[in-house]
Write a protein that binds this ligand. Structure first.
Ligand code: FE2
Length: 220
């Protein structure tokens, strides 16, 4: 390995003060070996997990209660959506974006996250021969578009930004907008010790959100 590349790698691995944009660039750099990304992911995830406050997290303690909790949460989201539709049908205002400029701003601000969509499941393909992971692998493959670029979630978002003339604006975003993307990528390169965190992240991230129903509906 050339000395310059080695030095850059060491800098990137050892520097605890890297910003999130640099971390995202690190994980996306195809010239950096996965083993180095794994080391970086362990450091980042440990640091992030130390800062997580679980006091207000509403999640069952018993594994057997999770399915019921999940269905109830979906029901609550469905009801909230019906309430929103009712308000709109009674001439209520749009509640997410007041104008198209606000909607465009949102699309740009979430683009660092959307551009790594599905990445948190990357390491799960290593366990392909264990049926326990097949559902997660299927979710990952769907994120990738099941072999079709037209259905690849990252490509879909890229196309959307391009069509709207919003591509490249994410380069002007503050570092905080890269925080979530850095965590997703770190989970993607995490070793088996972090499988519970990966599964938990998938659980939370794939849960039906109210904003998805509203932004896909005709009354948004
Ligand atoms: Fe997705």
């Amino acid at each position: 390995m050339p000395v310059v590349v080695k030095k850059r790698l060491l800098d990137l691995i050892q520097d605890d003060h890297q910003n999130y944009y640099e971390l995202v660039s690190f994980f996306l750099d195809g010239n950096i070996a996965n083993i180095e990304k794994e080391k970086k992911s362990i450091n980042l995830l440990k640091k992030e997990l130390e800062q997580v406050c679980l006091d207000d997290v509403d999640f069952p303690d018993q594994i057997g209660d999770i399915k019921h909790w999940y269905l109830e949460e979906n029901k609550k989201t469905g009801n909230a959506y019906q309430d929103y539709i009712s308000r709109r049908q009674l001439s209520g205002q749009r509640e997410y974006f007041k104008n198209i400029g606000q909607a465009f701003e949102f699309l740009i601000k979430v683009s660092p996250i959307k551009k790594v969509d599905g990445s948190w499941l990357y390491s799960i393909v290593n366990y392909w021969n264990d049926p326990a992971f097949h559902d997660l692998i299927l979710i990952y493959l769907e994120e990738l578009g099941l072999g079709s670029a037209k259905s690849n979630h990252v490509c879909i978002y890229d196309d959307l930004l391009r069509v709207l003339g919003l591509d490249d604006f994410e380069l002007f975003l503050d570092d905080e907008y890269y925080h979530h993307a850095a965590i997703q990528l770190a989970l993607g390169y995490a070793p088996p010790d972090f499988i519970p965190e990966i599964v938990g992240f998938n659980f939370g991230y794939e849960k039906l959100p109210l904003h998805l129903l509203i932004t896909n509906g005709f009354v948004a």
